[in-house]
Design a protein around this ligand. Structure first.
Ligand code: MN
Length: 363
């Protein structure tokens, strides 16, 4: 059955009744969590915890793919708020579990999409438009006038008269600040009212801005790496649809050290460009160790290419390490491996139009 909840006091009543009658409570936001998603999860978890129910927040994304500001919030709260992955959710859920979905209402945007039918009680709290993919058989409070899920959750905390820490006030303010682009969009009198309450609770706009800055600096660092250090090779005679592979490394400062996660993010970001079939990013993680992150779509098996020398992984996602003080030599070797890997028919997953390779085309 689908129930629409029209007002926030109604939502409060339903939350209270449903939390009380459930054996445990799971809270989930959207995949690739942002500040609004994680902040509202933590706020809702505060509410469920006041009813002394085992309460868990599900974040199933790989650590390396979570933005640094959000990752910091998750790391700092992992234990206090039982932040778990899908597998633990599957172990702990039962017929009396309550699932609260926040900052999202489409089924394909939550990591537990395939298990929604197993959950008897789902409450969706969101500020985005509904469509045909909106989670079925749930109670929904969807308020398009709210700036953010954190705005809704901050109001709920007020109605429940729950005290919360300065840190939590900061997370909620970060969520509102993100979704309103720092109070410039979708901002109503209620948004300001809620922000004032958070500041009363000790929220500090400087702290919130610092969280944003961390995201921004990391974004720029990876953009620079991509812009200044990417070369693209075509590995095919088929002019209509050549296999295109990108190789990214810091060519101006080849000895520069980055975090392993940065290489993964750069490769992920390269894969978003149309026509890139595989992306390799390489660089140092300490003075002598080179890390390689490899990603691909359907046409190249990067796991196979990587496993030969440097490491391993699966067809779409692989990585590895090698010790060397000449990164360009390693890149050259990698390009050869890719060439050999692609020319071996077995390495082409999901057979595309016939691909013949005679030589690597160089720029
Ligand atoms: Mn949001």
């Amino acid at each position: 059955m689908d129930i629409d909840i029209d007002d926030i006091k109604g939502l409060k009543r339903i939350l209270e009744a449903d939390i009380k009658k459930s054996s445990n409570v799971f809270i989930i936001g959207h995949n690739s969590p942002d500040f609004d998603s994680i902040g509202s999860c933590i706020g809702l978890s505060m509410i469920a915890k006041t009813f002394k129910k085992p309460t868990y927040i599900i974040v199933n994304d790989e650590d390396a793919k979570i933005e640094p500001g959000v990752k910091k919030i998750i790391d700092d709260n992992k234990e206090d708020f039982n932040i778990i992955k899908n597998n633990e959710f599957l172990n702990k859920k039962n017929n009396n579990s309550l699932l609260i979905v926040t900052d999202v209402n489409k089924d394909y945007m939550v990591s537990v999409k395939d298990y929604l039918e197993d959950i008897n009680n789902i409450i969706v709290i969101d500020h985005h438009m509904k469509d045909e993919k909106t989670i079925k058989n749930s109670k929904k409070f969807i308020n398009l006038n709210s700036s953010s899920a954190c705005e809704i959750v901050t109001r709920l905390l007020g109605y429940f008269k729950i005290k919360y820490s300065t840190e939590i006030a900061n997370y909620l303010l970060a969520g509102i600040s993100l979704d309103t682009k720092r109070f410039k969009h979708n901002t109503t009198a209620k948004t300001h009212d809620v922000a004032e309450k958070l500041i009363d609770h000790g929220a500090d706009i400087d702290y919130v801005n610092k969280l944003f800055l961390e995201e921004f600096e990391s974004y720029c660092k990876i953009s620079n790496l991509i812009i200044n250090g990417t070369t693209i090779k075509k590995y095919s005679e088929n002019l209509l649809s050549p296999i295109q592979v990108s190789f990214t490394l810091n060519r101006n400062q080849p000895k520069a050290i980055y975090l392993k996660e940065d290489y993964a993010k750069a490769a992920d970001r390269m894969m978003k460009f149309n026509g890139i079939d595989a992306a390799f990013t390489l660089g140092y993680v300490d003075e002598k160790t080179i890390h390689i992150s490899a990603r691909s779509g359907k046409r190249v098996d990067v796991g196979k290419i990587m496993e030969e020398v440097y490491g391993g992984g699966n067809a779409q996602n692989a990585g590895g390490r090698v010790e060397s003080d000449n990164i360009f030599e390693i890149e050259e070797e990698l390009m050869n491996k890719v060439y050999l890997g692609i020319s071996d028919k077995e390495d082409i997953i999901d057979e595309p139009p016939v691909i013949k390779i005679k030589q690597i085309k160089r720029k």
